[in-house]
Write a new protein. Sequence first.
Length: 472
Amino acid sequence: MPPRAPRTSLLPPRAFLLAACVLLLCAASCLPTPALGSSLLVGGGGFVLERPLLLQGQDVGAALSSMQQALSTIQQALRTTQAALQTAQDDIAELKRRNVQLQGNLTAATQEITELQGTVGQLQDTVLAQGGRLSQAEDGIDVLEAAQSVMNGTMTEHGARLDTAEANVAGLDARVTAAEMLGLPSTPLTETLAQVRDLTSGTALYTAVNNLRTLVAGTALTDAVIGMRDLRVTSSALYAAINNMSTLTAGTPLTNTLIQVRDLAPGTPLSTAVTGLQTIVSAQDTRLTSVEGGLTNLTTRVSAAENLDGVPTLLTDTVKAMRDLKGDSTLVTTVLGLRDGTGNSTLVTALTNLRDGTDNSSTLIQSLPCYGESAYNTWQVYNTSNKNLFIDVSMSACGFSAPPRHVSTSLFGSTRHWVTFGPSSIYFVTATSFRVYILPVVAGVGGNITHQEYTPEEVAGWRWRINWMATR
């Protein structure tokens, strides 16, 4: 609802007195115009004075202008009030049943305001027509003051009535909102709607809906549904149709067809199809008997092949030859060659080379250790004064392309080789050879160890040799 215009724009007392003077001038229009030493010209939209017109010391022209502005303000306030009342009437129209008294009051107020607007319009027309007769308004000032008081009281009363109307509309709006939301305050309408919405037990609607939901007998609808469910209405078409189907009573296309299917009536597509199927099954039965006979024979042959007995066949002979490694088949020849290390197959050749270590290009052979021993008659004297001995050992048979990463040695012979220094110390290792120095010693009395001089001829006689093993 739009806000109601404030009711504080009443005419000031002095301007109201001037307006009352104009009214008196209209009432005394038959009197001659007083000579005030000035003239008043009435224009189309205002007053034009040749010189200021004074009435009891007040400028009448200025007062009329103020009065015209006040009248315009009153008209605007009345229009605003009328619009607010019209809006209130539109809202109250929806609730006429509950607010008849309020509507009557608002209608009366609207009529009074309309009459007031007519009076103000007449007042404005009179002021424009009788502007020059303000001098005769002095006698009516008291009357107009009383009229002003009455009008102010009327406006105050109208304001109070508007306040009451607005309060009633607000209350009605709250009640309508509560009714729409089914909230408080509780009324028979909201309580009934809540019971309908929640299907509260005890209401006629709840009983009717519950009877429909649980199929309680007692209504035409539930009795009909129960009769259809239990097939108790023997005179109904549904009962007759279902009974004919359950007993296969002829008379309907469905039962007639089912009877023909049951009896395989000649001439029907089903009878023709079944007869054709019987012929096909008979032919397939003959073929199946033949296949079963062949299957029995095949089972016997498979059993003989699985057990390697019975009538010899190429399969059984071949399997026996492979089992016993007999015959000249490629498989038997290859397996015998692998077993005996004979033949020229790639596998036999590779195994032979691995065994003999003759394939120096083989990664496996290259990763295997190479070992050997030196000759016993190649020892030499290193230091003629001390008779130390050394020997150069050849590894050329290993085919190393670089010095081996590990070389281990030991000295063995027939005697005295256990008391020597240096047989495990390696010098000058190359891809094909290395050198070992030895210092023969002897344990004396008290555990003292002294140098013992041996000649190459002596150690050769004792068969001193270097055993070695080298890995890449």
